[in-house]
Structure formats: structure tokens, C-alpha cells
Write a protein that binds this ligand. Structure first.
Ligand SMILES: NC(=O)c1ccc[n+]([C@@H]2O[C@H](COP(=O)([O-])OP(=O)(O)OC[C@H]3O[C@@H](n4cnc5c(N)ncnc54)[C@H](O)[C@@H]3O)[C@@H](O)[C@H]2O)c1
Length: 257
């Protein structure tokens, strides 16, 4: 998608990866940016508004664990910016000790905000179509048993993106789904892994994981926006140590009639 002149919603925009994505999107000439997050970051907002004066940048507070809050946020976006072409679902937590919050934010949150956005975007409902990017993880491709709840939610996000990209759904909605799966990226989420494990016996391994090769938030953001510009409906892209790799899946099963 050519981003020039587009209206974009970014949920989780003030996070470590999110804040770099906001700059990258604005550098690609988007017209309007609606940032959704649980807490306003006035400093980031003011810096962006100063640096990208041609764009309209708004913040709407929401809590992705709350259905009503999600619905209200999308309603407010549309009241304020009329329509949007892109939604990036970028909220996430790594909190193995809190199963409910992990599932609520990482999986239910992505599903609920996608389903809240679709009626506004869907061509079969008078919308203009567009692109939804879901941020999964390498933990949504392969196993991280030391973060087993997180891994489970991210596998769900990857599967959801693949299902929503089905041709029949695309024919109805005209909305493409792209899933990005970052590897370890320098943000608060990826700090002190050993304190975030599912079971204490993984602490030693995760102390080592703290020193594993990682990419900057800036590089990750550049590649997220590159994939948004050039990716295909249903594409699953691993973004690890600065590289982009499209993932393909074998077919294991098909219904027989
Ligand atoms: N950092 C990594 O190594 C890494 C790797 C792979 C995938 N990811 C994924 O990338 C995304 C961004 O992660 P990050 O590393 O920038 O983390 P981060 O903690 O810096 O940012 C997470 C964002 O989600 C928001 N958020 C959390 N709970 C929320 C709630 N209840 N309601 C609304 N917003 C909420 C936070 O306010 C924050 O802006 C997440 O989906 C994460 O799982 C991160």
C-alpha cells in the first residue's frame, strides 16, 4: 500500500516498537495518525506534532482489555478523522504470572480491535477497505516454552491473521491482513527476561536469553512499515535481527467431501 495521504490507527503506539513505527509512518507521508494507548505520552505526542506539521496526529485513550473501551475508541476515531485505511494492532504484554491479562491484551485484544475496526473498513459495509497489520512474534511461529502463555497468545495472533486473510473474507471486506513476527527487539518488554518466566526453573536459561542478539526498535519499525507498504494479503513476515523473511506453511489437512 502506498502510505502517502493515508489515515492510520496505531494501537499501542507509545510502546518501544510503536513509537518508532509512528515516526516511520509519518515519514512515509501519512495524512492522519490516531494513536490508541492505555496512557498518553505527552512528550512523544508533542515531538511528533512538532516534527510532522503537515499531518494530523491525535491520541485516544483506551484499554484493550475492555470491550466497551475498544468500541468507544474506534467510534471516536471515526468521528474525528472520518475514515481510516490502516490499523496496526501493536499492544502486547509479557506477563507469564498474569494469564488473564496476557490473553486479554495479546489475543482477545487483537481479535476484538480487529472486529471493532472491520465494520468501518469493510467494502461490503460501505467502507473503503484497507490493511490490518497484527504484531505477533517469533513466539507466534516457534516455541518459547519459558514464556508458554505468551507463546500461546502469539500463535493465536498468527493463526487469526492467516484466517482473516482467506480469499472469501477478502472478497467481502476488501481488507488485507498482514502479520509481522519480530524477533527480540530492544524495548521494556524484552528486558529482564529471567524475571518473566512461566516457571522459575527457566530463570537460568533466560539470563542467557537477556544477552541474545537483538534488533533496535527503530530497525524493527522500519521493517514493519516496509512490509505494510509491500506485503501481500495473508503474508506472515518474520522480522529478526534486521532481516525480513516471509514464512510459508505446509498444508497438513484439508476437509474431504
Ligand atoms: N520487544 C520484543 O522483543 C518483541 C518481540 C516480538 C513481538 N513483540 C510485540 O510487539 C508489540 C509491541 O511490543 P514492545 O516490545 O514495543 O512492548 P512495549 O511494552 O514497549 O509496548 C507495548 C504497548 O502496549 C500497550 N498496552 C499494554 N497493555 C495495554 C492495554 N491494556 N490497553 C492498551 N494498550 C496497552 C502499552 O501501553 C505499550 O504502548 C507487542 O505485541 C509485543 O508482543 C515485541
Amino acid at each position: 500500500m502506498d502510505l502517502n495521504g493515508k489515515n492510520v490507527i496505531y494501537s499501542g503506539g507509545f510502546g518501544g516498537i510503536g513509537q518508532h513505527c509512528l515516526k516511520e509512518l509519518l515519514s512515509n507521508g501519512i495524512k492522519t495518525l490516531a494513536i490508541l494507548d492505555v496512557k498518553e505520552n505527552k512528550e512523544i505526542l508533542a515531538d511528533l506534532q512538532k516534527a510532522y506539521r503537515a499531518a494530523t496526529i491525535i491520541f485516544i485513550q483506551f484499554d484493550i482489555t475492555n470491550k466497551e473501551s475498544i468500541a468507544a475508541a474506534f467510534k471516536e476515531v471515526v468521528e474525528r478523522i472520518k475514515h481510516f485505511d490502516v490499523l496496526i494492532n501493536g499492544c502486547g504484554v509479557l506477563m507469564e504470572h498474569n494469564i488473564d491479562i496476557t490473553i486479554e491484551v495479546n489475543l482477545l485484544g487483537v481479535i476484538r480491535s480487529t472486529l471493532a475496526a472491520l465494520p468501518y473498513m469493510a467494502k461490503n459495509n460501505g467502507g473503503r477497505g484497507g490493511v490490518i497489520v497484527n504484531i505477533s512474534s517469533v513466539a507466534g511461529l516457534d516455541l518459547m516454552p519459558y514464556f508458554s502463555i505468551y507463546t500461546t497468545t502469539k500463535h493465536g495472533v498468527t493463526a487469526f491473521g492467516r484466517c482473516m486473510a482467506d480469499q472469501k473474507a477478502f472478497d467481502q471486506f476488501g481488507v488485507s491482513f498482514i502479520t509481522v513476527c519480530p524477533g527480540i527487539t530492544e524495548t521494556n518488554l524484552a528486558a529482564d527476561y529471567h524475571k518473566k518466566v512461566t516457571f522459575d526453573f527457566y530463570q537460568e536459561y533466560c539470563k542467557k536469553l537477556n544477552t541474545a542478539k537483538r534488533q533496535s526498535g527503530e530497525i524493527c519499525a522500519k521493517n514493519i512499515v516496509k512490509v505494510l507498504r509491500t506485503g501481500r494479503n495473508g503474508g506472515i513476515y518474520m522480522l529478526d535481527v534486521g532481516e525480513i523473511k516471509e514464512i510459508t506453511y505446509p498444508e497438513f489437512w484439508k476437509a474431504e467431501f
